[in-house]
Write a protein that binds this ligand. Structure first.
Ligand SMILES: O=C(O)C(=O)/C=C/C=C/O
Length: 489
């Protein structure tokens, strides 16, 4: 049995925990075993991290040229790649997700998230305007971008490394420093990144990690800290509301990627097999724990029955198992607590009259895995649009499939929801694809695809799904302060 490791904070370039630190347990989602004891940050540790980040801004880091910063960020990307297997192992231990989800989807984005913003900051043009003046001599305006300062990063447990580096990459590229509070469920890759930062020579205090919970713990201390200049968060909308209230004190900017109740729209003229594969991935990848995932599927009536049968067959072919077992294609939910939430929706669906196509409960698992937070991938039909499982984000491996008869009808169905994060549309009629994509009120629409990500594109949610856009130059709006200089000629 591997030794249970102790996870400390990473502050000012050192792994640290006070002798009187309280520790909380991290349990494996796969079998429930305690796999780590994690130091819980108090106010003092958060203060120390914010102080370290502030001094780094004024120290060596703040004096680097853009090219020097870019070289260091490429160094971080290369060191992540060199330690790829360590990051895969850490994230699998934290999340229980199968190796292919880590190696093909989530971990490669760690290096990519540093490279793309190193490139952006190196190549972004500065804005300049020449103006006429009454004396005829004119004036020249030019804009300069400065780092915003100390950025508080609150990152989630569903794609821990991808989503944390999606914020730390641009933050550092723009010359900021960061204090990261990973989810208490998944601290391991954020901790490992501290080793990378030291190995590459990122000055101490630029990247800091403090562990703990949200309310009355590290998360709250960080978002309420007057030394934090801006806060970026990915997670549930109601937590976003609490963070936004905290950010109001001191008028700090926020960047949010929040919840979703994303629709999949399948027209009868789609490439059927591709649509089945695409909806299967978007609903069940990462055990449905993807903010961009599909929990509502609308299928044009002529292919509805056939589509449901095909999706059922794929769902029933998943292979549960340990992440390191390459035969596994499907992992557990992140925790027993989250499983209780998902199972409460499984019950609610039946109480509301759903037809259970497949799943709906807890799978029979071998004794050594019975302590894990496993649930069956589940499909429902037959519910009204007012049903809880059709309206509310479940964040599990489940979806409700509903037939539709017209383009207008399905656009209204897709839009009739408080969230507006992502949509995936399946049709071979590209004029229709453009028409529908333009009318669905979300931040990200995929056509005949899902979760294809060009990191230069604007990315984020509308309505209750978020504030702001990340990606390419769009991230600069949040991670820099733009200043205009006007020179009289
Ligand atoms: O692909 C991204 O940049 C991103 O933010 C993914 C989010 C997944 C959320 O569960």
């Amino acid at each position: 049995m591997s030794q249970v490791q102790r996870i400390h904070h990473f502050i000012n370039g050192e792994f640290t925990a006070p002798p009187a630190a309280r520790y909380f347990d991290k349990r494996s989602p796969v079998d429930g075993r305690v796999i780590a004891h994690i130091a819980e940050a108090g106010q003092a540790e958060v203060d120390a991290a914010v102080t370290a980040a502030r001094s780094a801004l004024k120290g060596e880091w703040g004096k680097l040229t853009t090219d020097q910063r870019v070289d260091l960020l490429y160094g971080v990307a290369n060191e992540i790649t060199r330690r790829f297997d360590d990051f895969v192992a850490a994230e699998m231990a934290d999340t229980g997700q199968p190796a292919h989800v880590m190696t093909q989807v989530f971990i490669p984005r760690g290096a990519a998230n540093f490279k793309v913003f190193a490139d952006v900051i190196k190549n972004v043009a500065a804005e300049s305007f020449r103006m006429a003046t009454p004396d005829g001599k004119g004036a020249l305006n030019y804009a300069i971008r400065n780092p915003k300062g100390v950025i508080g990063v609150i990152s989630p447990w569903n794609a821990p490394f991808l989503l944390m580096t999606w914020k730390v990459g641009p933050a550092l590229a723009c010359g900021n420093t960061v204090v990261v509070k990973p989810s208490e469920e998944t601290p391991l890759t954020a901790t490992l990144l501290g080793e990378v930062m030291n190995a590459v020579g990122i000055p101490k205090g630029v990247y800091n990690v403090i562990n703990g919970f949200g309310p009355d713990s590290a998360g709250a201390y960080l978002t309420q800290h007057p030394g934090v200049d801006a806060i970026t968060f990915t997670g549930e909308t109601r937590t976003g509301t609490a963070i936004m209230k905290a950010a109001a004190e001191g008028m700090r900017d926020v960047s949010f990627e929040l919840g979703g109740k994303n629709a999949g729209i399948v027209f009868a003229d789609c490439n059927f097999d591709a649509a089945v594969d695409g909806i299967f991935r978007s609903a069940f990848l990462n055990t449905g724990q993807v903010c961009l995932g599909t929990e509502r599927v609308y299928v044009e009536r002529p292919i509805f029955e056939r589509f449901v049968a095909a999706l059922k067959a794929k769902v029933e072919s998943v292979r549960y198992g340990r992440p390191e077992d390459h035969a596994s294609t499907y992992g557990p939910l992140i925790s027993q607590e989250h499983r209780d939430k998902v199972l409460s929706y499984y019950k609610k669906a039946i109480d509301e009259g759903a037809t259970l196509v497949t799943g709906g409960g807890v799978p029979e698992m071998p004794a050594e895995l019975a302590g894990g937070s496993w649930v069956q991938p589940t499909i429902w039909t037959g519910l009204p649009e007012t049903a809880a499982v059709v309206r509310e984000e479940i964040f599990g491996p489940c979806c409700h499939v509903c037939p539709f008869d017209s383009e207008d009808e399905v656009i209204n169905l897709a839009n009739a929801n408080d969230y507006g994060l992502a949509t995936t549309i399946w049709t071979e009629n590209l004029s229709r694809a453009h028409r529908v994509a333009e009318r669905v009120e979300v931040g990200v629409t995929w056509v005949n695809s899902w979760f294809l990500r060009d990191l230069r594109t604007p990315f984020g949610g509308s309505k209750q799904s978020g504030i702001g856009r990340e990606g390419g130059v769009h991230s600069l709006e949040f991670y820099t302060e733009t200043r205009n200089v006007c020179i009289k000629l």
